[in-house]
Every structure is written in structure tokens, then in C-alpha cells.
Design a protein around this ligand. Structure first.
Ligand code: S3P
Length: 443
């Protein structure tokens, strides 16, 4: 295994101040690349995310036949293959690196095309469950093999038949995979999820000329998405907002550090992504939503966060889907809030880039926080005034998980003894300049 770069981050008693446009949205950028690659014509992606996950997905679609027409820091222009025009990469392999979104959405995009491809990833992605997408794709007629449920996932695509698929988990990755396969299938595909997961695909596909319908059962919360097969995608222009999941780290850091006053422009306000904002406000955080507007179909706003003592959180299973990537940093906020915070329904955290539930509890305990996992993948975090004030920094295990690395860095700013991050470069998956950007706000 290669040597990891480590770092110690310590409280410096300075608030966060200033304006920061956090990196662009990872979910939206990857969708724009995949849909643009499938579309006929030239798609322009303005302000795409420049990070390892986004690069992996861009390289994947290029290896499937999309053409990179031009590229600058702030724009990617891509000529799609149109129709069922994907061609198998030279060796039949795609390396999705760390990106679960890339892998699962590509599975759906490839399943309807007459090519055979094997998708794998890095050590972390190769441990993640893939039967959740393999099952519906097999139901539609694709030949799909996994290695005991994990990558590599081999897809032998072809003529697909529509399906009505009831996903056991509310997952935008499963939903988007089924919708992309459904687009290429004969008949009308229906995807049913227990609760509405982020709907970036449903919002973006119409910009590519695709018609679909969503119906939410207001009593049960169940969401149905209906898509007619045989529709073609037509190229378009996408403007990518700032990523609310990246904004989350600054929202929590600014809330926790007394005297902070930070503005984050252009943050995505998709209702499937605003769970953390709502939870922090319920905890008494001072977050103003300014200049609410739209980028295409996606709502965005500028957020102003001022430091304020937080109260405990009470997170129910139904809340988790709208902040699934933000729970680790919310657990940190809970550690420094007044009172005991209760989290329920965190099972999905165990199958992210790492087992985020287990690692967060271990890392917080090492930092002196009284917390534990409770039944059915819940957690209790007993807040206190400060992270442990020993002479030695406490160890924070990252396991190549970008969100754990960034949560650890924010924890460091709240820790008099400091936090020792065992892999600081993991941030590159979604925010390569995170450490520098954070430092710039603390000046
Ligand atoms: C994503 C959906 C979420 C999230 C991931 C990105 C997406 O996963 O955790 O980081 O872009 O669709 P699930 O939908 O599997 O919960």
C-alpha cells in the first residue's frame, strides 16, 4: 500500500470569515457527463466539479466513445454518441476509481447498449454493494455479474424490457441507474422508492429532452418515477451549482467557531440535499438563505452562516435520505452541541466510501466524545464544550473517505490538542483544495 500523507490540525482560536464559492456539485457534474455522453450533439457543462470522482466519470464516458471537444477550468464541452452509440473501451474495462455514483449510473447507461464492459474501482469502491443495481438490470434482461455482490461488475448489455422495480432502499444511484436503463428499454419503466431521494436525474433529463413523471404518495412518502423507453437524449447546456455536501463542512465549522461569519454563494438547494441545513437550523444555528434562484431546474441560494452555540439534534430515519452524506459532519456538530443528540436509521452510512457510522463513532470517541452506536444502526452523541484537551492530538481514521477527512479537519479546528488525520489527500475525491480553502477562511 502506498504511503499516505498525514496532517495535524489544531484549534487556532480564529473564527471563519469571508466568502467562499465551494466546489461544484458532484452528483450534478457526473450526471451531466453521463447524460451528455449518451446524447446526440454537443453538451456544454459550465462550472463542472474538478475533482477525482468527476475526472473518473469523464474518463469513463470518453472511453465509451464520447468526444471531449474542449475543456477549461470552468467548462467541459462533450460530444455525445447519440442513440445506442456507446462502444466498448479497448480492454473492455472501466476504472471508476472511488466513485459509486459513476459506477452505478454507468451500469444503467451501458445495460441498454450492445456492449460488454467490466467496471471496477479502488479499494474502497471494490468493497461496496453492487447487487442493488445488478438486480433490477437483470430483471430488465441484461446479463450482469458481480464478485460476491461487489465490483468488478460485468455488464453484457442488450435489448432491455421495461420493469416496475420497487427499490428496498431510497437511493438516487439505484433510481438513476434504473431510469437510464428504462430510457433504453421497450415499454414503460416504473421505479418506486420508499422515500424520495435526491432528484437530480429527474430534474436534468428533461433538459436533455426526456419526458418523465414523478408521483409522491403524501401519506406513505413513497415516490414513483415513470419513464417511457425509446426516448433519445438531445445535447444541452448545464450550469452546475456549488455542492451542498461540500458546503456542509463550512456550515458546521462556521457554526461551531465563535465569531464566524461566512457567505457561501450558489449552493444547491435541491430538497433532497437540504437535510443538514434544516437540522442545523433546528439546532439553533444562524443560517440565512439569501438570493434564492434557479440554475436550470435546480434551486440555488447564497448561505450566510454565523457562529452560534448549537443545541442537540434529533434525527429520525426519514430525515437521513436528505442528508445522507452530511451525517458525519452533523455528528461532529452534535459533539459540541448542548445536550444529547439522537440519530436513527443510519444503516446506509455503513455502505458508503467507508463504514461511516463505525468510523465516526471511533473517531469521536478518540477525540474524547461520549458516543455510541445504538440499536438498528442508530447513534447517541453526548455533546460537550470542547473536544479532548490532552497534550497529544487524537487519531482520526479516514480510510480513504473524503468526507471523513474533511470532517476530521473541521474537528481539528475545534480541538485544543489537535486531530491527527491519517490520510489528508482523500479530500481530492470531491474537494482537492479543501485544506487551503479552509485555511484561507481562518485568516
Ligand atoms: C448520490 C447519491 C447518494 C450519495 C452519493 C451521491 C448521487 O447515494 O450518498 O454520494 O449522486 O446519486 P445513494 O443514492 O446510494 O444513497
Amino acid at each position: 500500500m502506498s504511503q499516505k500523507n498525514t496532517a495535524v490540525i489544531k484549534q487556532n482560536n480564529k473564527p471563519l470569515k469571508g466568502v467562499l464559492r465551494v466546489p461544484s456539485d458532484k452528483s450534478i457534474t457526473q450526471r451531466a457527463y453521463i447524460f451528455g455522453a449518451m446524447a446526440e450533439g454537443v453538451t456544454t457543462v459550465n462550472n463542472p466539479l474538478n475533482s477525482a470522482d468527476a475526472e473518473a466519470t469523464l474518463a469513463a464516458v470518453i472511453s465509451l466513445g464520447a468526444e471531449l471537444v474542449s475543456r477549461t477550468e470552468t467548462q467541459v464541452v462533450l460530444r455525445g454518441v447519440g442513440g445506442k452509440g456507446f462502444t466498448a473501451p479497448e480492454n473492455g474495462l472501466i476504472d471508476c476509481q472511488n466513485s459509486g455514483t459513476g459506477m452505478r449510473l454507468l451500469c444503467g447507461a451501458i445495460a441498454g447498449q450492445g456492449i460488454k464492459v467490466s467496471l471496477s474501482g479502488d479499494e474502497s469502491l471494490n468493497k461496496r454493494p453492487m447487487e442493488r443495481v445488478a438486480v433490477p438490470l437483470r430483471g430488465m434482461g441484461a446479463i450482469v455479474n458481480t464478485k460476491e455482490g461487489k465490483p468488478p461488475i460485468e455488464i453484457d448489455g442488450g435489448n432491455l424490457k421495461a420493469i416496475e422495480y420497487h427499490s428496498p432502499v431510497s437511493s438516487a444511484q439505484i433510481k438513476s441507474c434504473v431510469l437510464l436503463a428504462g430510457l433504453q428499454a421497450e415499454g414503460t419503466t416504473v421505479l418506486v422508492e420508499p422515500q424520495t431521494s435526491r432528484d437530480h436525474s429527474e430534474k436534468m433529463l428533461p433538459s436533455f429532452g426526456v419526458e418523465l413523471r414523478s408521483k409522491k404518495n403524501t401519506e406513505t412518502g413513497e415516490n414513483r418515477v415513470i419513464i417511457q423507453g425509446g426516448q433519445k437524449l438531445a445535447a444541452c447546456e448545464i450550469n452546475v451549482p456549488a455542492d451542498p455536501s461540500s458546503a456542509a463542512f463550512i456550515m458546521v465549522a462556521a457554526s461551531l467557531l465563535e465569531g464566524s461569519d461566512v457567505t457561501l454563494p450558489e449552493v444547491g438547494m435541491n430538497p433532497g440535499r437540504t437535510g443538514l441545513l434544516k437540522a442545523l437550523r433546528q439546532m439553533d444555528a444562524s443560517i440565512e438563505i439569501q438570493n434564492a434562484r434557479f440554475f436550470g431546474e435546480e434551486p440555488v441560494a447564497d448561505l450566510r452562516i454565523q457562529g452560534k452555540k448549537l443545541k442537540a439534534a434529533n434525527i429520525k430515519p426519514a430525515d437521513v435520505v436528505n442528508m445522507v452524506d452530511e451525517i458525519p459532519v452533523l455528528m461532529l456538530a452534535a459533539s459540541l452541541a448542548e445536550g444529547d443528540s439522537i440519530f436513527e436509521g443510519l444503516g446506509e452510512l455503513r455502505v458508503k466510501e467507508s463504514d461511516r457510522l463505525a468510523l465516526m463513532i471511533d473517531n469521536l470517541k478518540a477525540a474524547g466524545i461520549d458516543c455510541e452506536i445504538t440499536q438498528n444502526d442508530g447513534a447517541i452523541v453526548r455533546g460537550k464544550d470542547s473536544l479532548k484537551a490532552l497534550d497529544e492530538p487524537s487519531n482520526w481514521t479516514v480510510e480513504h473517505d473524503h468526507r471523513l477527512a474533511m470532517t476530521g479537519a473541521v474537528a481539528g479546528l475545534c480541538s485544543p490538542a489537535g486531530i491527527h488525520l491519517d490520510d489528508v489527500d482523500a479530500v481530492a475525491v470531491s474537494w482537492p483544495n479543501f485544506m487551503l480553502d479552509l485555511q484561507a477562511l481562518t485568516r
